[in-house]
Design a protein around this ligand. Sequence first.
Ligand SMILES: Cc1cc2nc3c(=O)[nH]c(=O)nc-3n(C[C@H](O)[C@H](O)[C@H](O)COP(=O)(O)O)c2cc1C
Length: 158
Amino acid sequence: MGKVLVAYFSASGVTAGVSKKLAGAIGADLHEIVPEQAYTNADLNWMDKKSRSSVEMNDRNSRPAIVSKVDNMEQYSTVFVGFPIWWYREPSIIDTFLEAYDFSGKTIVPFATSGGSGMGDSSNIMQSLAQDAKVVEGKRFSRSASENELKKWAEEWI
Ligand SMILES: Cc1cc2nc3c(=O)[nH]c(=O)nc-3n(C[C@H](O)[C@H](O)[C@H](O)COP(=O)(O)O)c2cc1C
């Protein structure tokens, strides 16, 4: 088996916490997907139809720029991709991430945190953007998910 990567985007820290726990629990490398322009509280206001997140999520072609780069993506056979659920799916910056690398032959395992809703359409959309990869259904976790819970779930793919 090749190496395992946990790559995550987190706007307010919840997914970051779960991602670090997951990477620690399974001994994976950890990579933060860092937006070129950080999301402010105003950007994240879902009540405002004109906020940055609302505008991005209303446009399926939105691809917010990323400044961080994974070294040697070739070395990984499994990539866990973590994000907050935004409007019942993955944030547009995850779409940018998926289009930035060659994932052929790799398994992509989505995971998320949310205010309560599940993965929604995330996996299907992600599969359409990384067609040469195998994108599994993935799972939504609460912010208090334990290392043990994360490890048990992740073991299927590592
Ligand atoms: C723009 C926006 C849209 C959101 N949409 C949803 C949603 O559809 N369902 C849900 O349960 N939570 C939703 N949330 C809540 C986040 O998924 C939740 O707070 C998440 O844990 C934040 O993770 P983070 O701290 O890693 O950014 C939304 C949050 C934002 C900012």
